[in-house]
Design a protein around this ligand. Structure first.
Ligand SMILES: [Zn+2]
Length: 320
């Protein structure tokens, strides 16, 4: 699992909805929480480097006691310049993380009574951008890799021949011994050439990792990139129930079910990457005993993620 310091239930994050309501009753409480999560080692004034604890003003600024320098507590976070109370944002994050499979834009709009679908949609996309932790550890050990097709009708046909409404997603999953899964990584690729598949693997897996693939030629250059490469080749026309990469096959089935269940499968190409990020965030924390822990992690990442304007959200433009 992706953990660094280990926060404690009831101290670092609320254990349940009742505690959540008590903790985040007003804006000042939410700001204090952001301050604490954002500067766990203590704040240092951006101007005079003073480490004296700053005032938190009623407008949400940190005011240096030494030099008077002020900075918005939400500057450089997902919440920057928001006109909505932080309390509502926190409720959204709680909802997103406390539901096992998350929440749709329509669901979020209804539960929080947001003015428009667009607002709910925008918020979820902003939060998805916070779901990938920069500099996260790469996969290692034994990793299965394969591609799957998302969206559109299942027409079969030759590998890599996508239709207009079908997206190719490459999935990598750590295989534990004797059984079980570790972490996953996934990404949308334009085609199944080596130029698309191998850079993804280099990005997500440590050199030296044993990569399991089927016989597809797109993976041929893996050994040149310092990976151990094992292939499982199935004969053409074999039993369709028998798949070469059972781990990826299982993850792909979960992904498709999640996209259909929560989002009615209505995910267009350019946005799909962010849904993949959300799925990955959830999957890699699936064994977390407390949903509150996920709330904590998402707030932690939200305060480290600059806000993205609506126009840019609509345009997509995901970086690997
Ligand atoms: Zn100062």
């Amino acid at each position: 699992m992706e953990t660094f310091t280990r926060p404690t239930a009831g101290i670092d994050y609320p254990r349940n909805l009742k505690e959540f309501d008590l903790w985040f009753a007003n804006e000042a409480a939410c700001r204090s929480y952001i301050f604490r999560v954002r500067w766990p080692e203590g704040y240092e004034c951006f101007r005079c480097r003073s480490k004296a604890p700053p005032w938190i003003t009623s407008r949400g600024y940190l005011h240096c006691r030494e030099c008077g320098g002020e900075i918005s507590i939400t500057a450089g976070t997902v919440f920057e310049r928001t006109r909505t109370p932080l309390r509502i944002w926190f409720q959204a994050i709680w909802l997103v993380t406390s539901q096992k499979h998350g929440v749709s834009a329509l669901g979020l709009q209804r539960v929080l009574g947001l003015g428009s679908y667009q607002t709910a949609w925008t918020w979820l996309h902003k939060l998805r951008r916070a779901m990938v932790r920069p500099g996260r550890e790469r996969l290692h050990g034994l990793v299965e890799v394969d591609e799957t097709y998302v969206g559109g009708a299942s027409t079969g046909g030759k590998r890599g021949r996508g239709t207009d409404n079908k997206e190719i997603v490459v999935i990598a999953v750590e295989m534990l011994r004797p059984k079980g899964f570790g972490r996953v990584r996934m990404h949308r690729v334009p085609d199944v050439s080596g130029d698309s598949l191998v850079p993804f693997i280099c990005d997500v897996a440590e050199p030296g990792t044993e990569i399991l693939t089927d016989g597809w030629g797109g993976y041929n250059s893996l050994t040149k990139h310092s990976y151990m490469h094992s292939r499982t080749v199935l004969s053409d026309g074999g039993d369709p129930a028998h798949v070469a990469m059972p781990g990826v096959h299982r993850i792909a089935a979960l992904l498709k079910r999640w996209l259909l269940g929560i989002h009615q499968g209505a995910v267009s190409g350019k946005h799909l990457d962010y849904y993949l990020d959300e799925f990955t965030f959830r999957f890699n924390r699936r064994t977390s005993t407390s949903r509150g822990m996920l709330f904590y992690r998402l707030v932690q990442q939200a305060v480290a993620t600059a806000s993205v304007p609506y126009r840019q959200l609509v345009d997509g433009n995901h970086k690997i």
